[in-house]
Design a binder for this molecule. Structure first.
Ligand SMILES: Nc1ncnc2c1ncn2[C@@H]1O[C@H](COP(=O)(O)OP(=O)(O)OP(=O)(O)O)[C@@H](O)[C@H]1O
Ligand SMILES: [Mg+2]
Length: 315
């Protein structure tokens, strides 16, 4: 047992190679009890490989994973009892109905049948599937299948839930439902680990985000702080009623770079407040009418691109 604090998930120098590809390279991080932790990275970054090692589906070449202090390699069953896993491809049985899927999953964890039926019905209600509980999952839409997938994975009330790209390919409404479910589970105390390549999704859900690229963690931080790291990419977008010369607008020492976007100007700056005041005066002096003006903050996407471009792997 290795548990000195309230870390529910611990990855300790996890490494996995496939042939000459190092899919996951010395990854170390921990997730606190009750946290929603995002693993954000582009295709092929090593997200699924990491999740598979954390959940005991794939043995690491080196390193260790702990779930609530239990070593996944040495004590796989004990570790697995603590977790629910929603894999990338889903693992629902399409010939069974929704209720049967949940019950079957619960049976794997040894839950008694009577308790399971009650649990299945309450999950079906919560996931807005009760009306369709007797239909084979084959007849379900992708979003409905994903709900069955999640309901089955949490039949045994796991302490930790792993989701591999849970929102991928779903429409906005289904995404919202899944997001609500994740939040509700988290409020009841479940620790959540999810992978995504969607920055906005990570931003909306996660308390902390690890950015992974080419098998290595590039940074771990709160989404808001990642965004702030790149405040220099803030900008002001402005348009005037008349055409102006970009050499005029670029003056004032507050503008780092000028871009023309159709009838608008995009002015990059470290100090949007000062720039807005400068632009107001500029417009007044030149007798221009400001048609529109907007401060654009650095997006998390900017941060992501920067991190995955620059501070990437070094071997
Ligand atoms: N079973 C396997 N055999 C060989 N190579 C593999 C295997 N699984 C993964 N890889 C390789 O490991 C790297 C990481 O893959 P992984 O599936 O972990 O990425 P990912 O971040 O989940 O990507 P995606 O966003 O596309 O799901 C890739 O280069 C991939 O080709
Ligand atoms: Mg993947």
């Amino acid at each position: 047992m290795k548990k000195e604090n309230n870390n529910v998930i611990e990855a300790n120098a996890l490494t996995k190679r496939f042939g000459n590809v190092t899919a996951v390279n010395q990854i170390t991080f921990s997730v606190n009890e009750g946290e929603i932790f995002g693993f954000l990275g582009p295709n092929g970054a090593g997200k699924t490989t990491t999740i598979r090692m954390l959940t005991g589906l794939l043995a690491p070449d080196s390193g260790d994973a702990f779930i609530d202090g239990v070593n996944v390699k040495r004590n796989p069953i004990k570790a697995k009892m603590k977790m629910g896993v929603i894999p990338e491809m889903g693992n629902v049985y399409v010939d069974l109905n929704a209720q049967q899927n949940i019950i079957l999953a619960g049976r794997f964890y040894g839950l008694p049948m009577k308790e399971l039926k009650k649990r299945a019905n309450s999950l079906l209600e919560q996931f807005e599937l009760y009306d369709r509980k007797d239909d084979p999952v084959r007849t379900f839409s992708k979003g409905m299948k994903q709900r069955v997938n999640i309901a089955s994975a949490i039949a045994h009330n796991p302490e930790v839930l792993f989701l591999d790209e849970p929102m991928s390919g779903l429409d906005v409404q289904s995404q919202r439902l899944i997001r609500d479910i994740i939040n509700q589970m988290n409020q009841k105390g479940t620790t959540i680990f999810l992978t995504t390549h969607n920055i906005e999704e990570a931003n909306q859900l996660c308390a902390r985000v690890a950015i992974i690229n080419k098998g290595k963690i590039v940074v771990i931080d709160r989404p808001e702080r990642l965004r702030r790291t790149f405040e220099t990419t803030q900008s002001v977008e402005i348009s005037f009623d008349k055409c102006i010369d970009d050499s005029l607008i670029g003056k004032g020492n507050i503008v780092n770079r000028v871009e023309r976007l159709g009838d608008k100007w995009k002015l990059y700056t470290n100090n949007p407040d000062k720039l807005v005041k400068y632009l107001a005066k500029f417009a007044e002096d030149k007798d221009l009418t400001i048609v529109s003006m907007e401060i654009c903050r650095a997006s998390l996407e900017d941060a992501f691109v920067k991190f995955t471009e620059s501070k990437s792997y070094d071997d």
